[in-house]
Design a protein. Structure first.
Length: 113
């Protein structure tokens, strides 16, 4: 059974930074594309970024240039480094292994002055 455990969320002021982590208990982690999604209060879940098994990355326009996704295959962990945070980044952030029907509990990021 795949387990995804997100951590690193918290409350920050606008312009601040956070690094989210997601540890995945999944065999063959290095072969999976890993995505980050987020869900703001009252809104649908939206895709944020992905990193392929080969290290290629892509980002939603709303976070391009501010967020950076990376992975450590030795630790079965994917990261999301967020900087220049805005109030509209407030959401619960989830990681996801592409093609796997499993989600973690997420980690809450609140951006407020």
């Amino acid at each position: 059974q795949v387990q995804l455990v997100e951590s690193g969320g918290g409350s920050v002021q606008p312009g601040g930074s956070l690094r989210l982590s997601c540890e995945a208990s999944i065999s063959g982690f290095s072969m999976y594309r890993m995505d980050w999604y987020r869900q703001a209060p009252g809104k649908e879940r939206e895709w944020v970024a992905f990193i392929s098994s080969g290290g290629s990355t892509n980002y939603a326009d709303s976070v391009q240039g501010r967020f950076f996704i990376s992975r450590d295959n030795g630790r079965n962990t994917v990261y999301l480094r967020m900087s220049g945070l805005k109030p509209e980044d407030t959401a619960v952030y989830y990681c996801h292994a592409y093609g796997v029907d499993s989600w973690g509990k997420g980690t809450l990021v609140t951006v407020s002055s």
